[in-house]
Design a protein around this ligand. Structure first.
Ligand code: WTA
Length: 642
């Protein structure tokens, strides 16, 4: 195995100015945190508001290490910490800026006071339709302020939010609704994307059919004139009637704050459970230290709130820290990149957090000249998340967006982690292209081999987290404790298994290489090959299928499908692509569909995806002695080559 060595001259350190202002600027923080992680996190928790203080900071079962809890016995409220605590001093400061895609629509600014008022009204609105503490509210909204308002309103009254990415299909929504059994759904009539009106009410309604959903609230974002049914309500009409104040409920630290469905290795997405106290403290502190948030900071996190990054760094993290968060409805290159960069300039963005795919799009579009026209004077920190960032892209981002003066924090984490787990800190560094950095203070990662032994420095292995587990870590999988144990805790028992491969480098730095399971990151979006196969197999002519990931210059990875059919049909490839879009969403569409006579299988019937991957890449297939049908190799080879 090749040893990974950092190239000379490719290590960057914080400037003096950055060191001076940064919250974390010396080794001390790592030392203190590792001496007592519980104390370290408790100190952060104390910077937030609690109705009642916890009596135990951390507890973990010795026999069942996956049972752990933070801030036991504490009572708090995430909405109170996002809004109310800032009112005495920052009532008039901007909390949220929303930029609609159509340029003719004005941007909208909300101060902390205004957002607070809207959230209180929305919380009362939820109560008025029967939402109670502990109820699950599914939110299927585009990037509009009502999305954040709905989440905070749920948090205020102790309802559990379950946000579904608005570009997921009605079927994907249904799958989630059938699992979380929520009786309430919030959606919109439509939204704008690449200059087009995208209808949302229709897929929402379809997705809700046959589920437990009783009531639907519809935001009139696109001003469509549609008629609602008896159990459907316009957001703006319900809001008109609501009182302005609503108390924030005193909630148990260990109550469920939200569910977020994510793809794993099985054919169905799983509902990741996040508990209130731990998630809140983790999102707060990581936002504060990784993005070094100070008063007057303006953060632009481009992730959709339908994914965890948007939850933690477009909504909760910035608000817990009392700064300004910007959300944008549309596509970055629509109507032009100039518009997108103007957002950064106009609002004096100080922290810009995005995904490598978006940067690679900028590189591919040769935006250097356009970028040279922008100064981004206030920009201090750049962040990358969601997939490995290659060195060239990193350097390009550093030079052309960061003007060679802003550190890049390459943050590794997952839906399961709730917030950043591995990253360099802006005031400490180092910043190395292709290397994410160290475990966040108070968190401890290791790289192990198959047998559970640590690999030596510079070698690749499996990334795991050791106890005490970070506060933001999931507490389970909704209605599936077996899956929770098997997926994360069966490989190494006392360690949490991430599903990622990594190198441990000198100085406890991690270089992440990506998923080692059937999860595939397409343009930073997390999908599962099994889920895509499930969708394909619904086609009446498909006998079986296998989906593998193919490297892509822009998107990182794209799915490629190998399909066996029982009858040839013209354009079946297009049918299949359309089916995947319908079952999951356009982001999951296979890049290529190969119709093949059979799939390479072992005696026990296991599909050998490794062989398919090699054939697709025109590489040697290696040892195939375990195959029952070696003749397929030649056949597939011929099909792939065409
Ligand atoms: C990948 C997104 C390399 C990784 C926050 C992980 C990364 C999966 C990075 C989780 C990074 C995330 N470098 N890979 N900086 N950040 N990943 O749940 O494979 O949507 O397991 O959470 O994204 O994706 P998820």
């Amino acid at each position: 195995m090749v040893k990974y060595v950092v190239k000379k001259g490719r290590v960057f350190w914080p400037s003096k100015a950055m060191k001076k202002i940064a919250w974390a600027n010396s080794e001390k923080i790592y030392k203190e945190a590792s001496e007592s992680p519980a104390k370290f996190w408790a100190k952060a928790a104390n910077e937030l508001f609690w109705f009642k203080k916890w009596h135990k900071t951390y507890e973990q079962s010795r026999l069942r290490p996956w049972n752990f809890r933070w801030f036991v016995g504490g009572k708090t409220n995430a909405c109170y910490n996002a809004l109310d605590i800032h009112l005495p001093e920052k009532a008039n400061q901007t909390a949220l800026i929303w930029i609609p895609e159509p340029e003719k629509e004005p941007d909208q600014n909300y101060t902390y006071e205004e957002l607070h008022e809207l959230v209180c009204k929305a919380a009362n609105m939820l109560k008025s339709i029967g939402v109670r503490r502990g109820d699950i509210v599914t939110i299927y909204l585009p990037m509009i302020p009502e999305l954040i308002i709905s989440m905070l309103a749920c948090a205020r009254i102790g309802a559990i939010h379950s946000v579904v990415f608005s570009a997921f299909s009605s079927q994907a929504l249904k799958t989630r609704l059938l699992d979380n059994r929520s009786r309430f759904l919030i959606t919109a009539d439509g939204y704008y994307r690449r200059g087009k009106l995208i209808k949302l009410k229709e897929p929402a309604e379809q997705g809700a059919r046959g589920t437990a959903v009783e009531k639907i609230i519809v935001v009139n974002r696109a001003r469509r004139k549609i008629r609602l049914k008896n159990n459907e309500f316009w957001w703006h009409l319900l809001m008109e009637e609501q009182p302005l104040s609503c108390p924030a409920e005193e909630l148990d630290s260990n109550s469920v704050m939200f569910l977020l469905y994510t793809s794993g290795t099985t054919g169905k997405p799983k509902g990741i459970i996040h508990e209130l106290g731990g998630y809140m403290v983790h999102a707060y502190l990581t936002a504060k230290l990784v993005f070094d948030l100070h008063e007057n900071d303006v953060m632009f996190c481009t992730a959709d709130i339908g994914w965890i990054t948007g939850h933690s760094y477009a909504c909760y993290g910035p608000l817990f820290n009392g700064i300004t968060s910007i959300i944008y409805e549309g596509s970055p290159d629509w109507p032009s990149w100039k518009r997108f960069f103007s957002i950064l300039e106009k609002y004096n963005v100080t922290v810009f957090y995005t995904a490598p795919t978006l940067i690679r799009m900028m590189v591919a579009n040769r935006l250097e000249r356009l970028l040279a026209r922008f100064k981004f004077e206030k920009l201090r920190i750049l962040g990358s998340v969601g997939e490995p960032i290659d060195e060239e892209t990193w350097l390009w981002f550093f030079r052309h967006v960061g003007k060679s003066r802003c550190p890049i924090v390459d943050t590794w984490w997952q839906t399961e982690g709730g917030g950043v787990l591995i990253s360099s800190l802006p005031g400490i560094g180092p910043f190395i292209p292709g290397v994410a950095g160290r475990s966040f203070p108070g968190v401890n990662h290791l790289v192990l081999d198959e047998g559970g032994r640590p690999v030596s420095v510079g070698k690749e292995g499996y990334l795991v987290q050791a106890s005490p587990f970070a506060p933001g870590m999931l507490s389970g999988v909704w209605r599936n404790s077996k899956l929770y144990r098997e997926k994360y805790w069966s490989q190494y028992h006392k360690y949490y298994f991430s599903g990622d491969g990594a190198y441990m480098l000198k100085g406890k730095l991690f270089r992440i290489t990506g998923r080692v399971d059937d999860v595939i990151k397409v343009a930073g979006h997390r999908l599962s090959t099994a889920e895509i196969e499930n969708a394909i197999n619904k086609h009446p002519l498909v006998v079986e299928s296998a989906v593998v990931a193919k490297l892509d210059k822009i998107k990182g990875n794209v799915p490629v499908a190998f399909v066996v059919v029982n009858k040839k049909k013209k354009n079946i490839e297009q049918d299949i692509i359309g089916l995947v879009a319908k079952e999951i969403g356009p982001i999951a569409k296979p890049h290529i569909v190969y119709v093949v006579p059979d799939l390479p299988k072992t005696r026990s019937g296991k599909i050998m995806r490794r062989v398919l991957r090699a054939l697709m890449l025109n590489e040697t297939v290696g040892d195939v002695s375990t195959l029952v049908n070696p003749e397929v190799i030649g056949q597939i080879e011929r099909i792939v080559k065409v």
